[in-house]
Design a protein around this ligand. Structure first.
Ligand SMILES: NC(=O)c1ccc[n+]([C@@H]2O[C@H](COP(=O)([O-])OP(=O)(O)OC[C@H]3O[C@@H](n4cnc5c(N)ncnc54)[C@H](O)[C@@H]3O)[C@@H](O)[C@H]2O)c1
Length: 231
């Protein structure tokens, strides 16, 4: 996005000691974001104030990247039937509801059309060992993409998901056996490797550019081809 000339605003999940602010701040410094704001999607007031600042400073938004998810570690291994009510609610609130929540907050600012992209995973349509409640959350996320695409199409706002292959990150380390998943993809996927963060970012830049102006409501697989395999 930065390479393509986007003026970036970055949000982070605040914590009491300010660790995330520091870490994310250092990480995104080379991208020179013109906004850097706290935004916990479980806090309605904070979401409102984040979009208030965006509205005041920019007046208009063209792109929203929804790149966040959370489930309790104990719900990302073992038996799915043991998922607690609270664990289920948290996973779907943070990972699924937040897309509609943030899209709704961005919509009034997308006065000249726009593009919304979220990040999903194959566990939405296939049973992936240990992915459990997050698979249900991603199924809901991909359904949300379709409903939002219909709602927002009248305003020329496109809504799509990227279903990325497994990459080692803070969030994915919580999924039991993530390294085995990566090794399996390296063996089986048509490209015999998994994907990089840059490849996912490049696909997002495409979905947010005019090159993809006819595409909405879709799930684009950026997974070295793994999704097509039957065996
Ligand atoms: N890593 C993978 O293998 C993989 C594959 C497919 C899809 N994804 C998806 O990509 C997205 C980004 O994940 P990642 O793997 O890059 O890991 P990550 O740990 O870098 O990102 C997860 C982000 O979610 C944020 N977050 C958690 N709770 C939040 C809350 N309440 N409010 C606001 N933000 C919150 C965290 O701060 C973190 O920045 C997620 O939706 C994930 O499911 C990841």
């Amino acid at each position: 996005m930065h390479k393509a000339g986007a003026n970036l605003g970055i949000t982070y999940l605040p914590d009491e000691k300010g660790k995330m602010e520091k870490k994310v701040g250092e990480l995104v410094e080379p991208l020179n974001p013109s906004l850097f704001l706290p935004c916990n999607v479980q806090d309605d007031e904070q979401v409102q104030s984040t979009f208030g600042v965006i509205g005041d400073k920019w007046g208009r938004v063209d792109i929203l990247i929804h790149c966040l998810a959370f489930a309790q570690k104990q719900d990302l291994s073992g038996n799915f039937s043991q998922t607690s009510r609270a664990g289920f609610q948290t996973a779907l609130e943070v990972s699924t509801y937040s897309l509609a929540q943030l899209a709704g907050a961005a919509k009034p600012l997308m006065t000249e059309g726009g593009s919304i992209v979220t990040l999903s995973y194959l566990g939405s349509i296939r049973a992936i060992p240990n992915y459990n409640v997050m698979g249900v959350a991603k199924a809901g996320l991909e359904a949300s993409v379709r409903y939002l695409a219909v709602e927002m199409g009248t305003q020329n706002i496109r809504v799509n998901a990227i279903s990325a292959g497994p990459i080692r990150t803070l969030a994915s380390s919580a999924v039991g056996g993530i390294l085995d998943m990566i090794h399996h993809v390296e063996e089986v996927a048509p490209l015999h490797r998994t994907v990089t963060q840059l490849e996912v970012g490049n696909a997002a830049a495409f979905l947010c550019s005019d090159l993809s102006s006819g595409i909405t409501g879709q799930v684009l697989y950026v997974d070295a081809g793994y999704e097509i395999m039957g065996m």
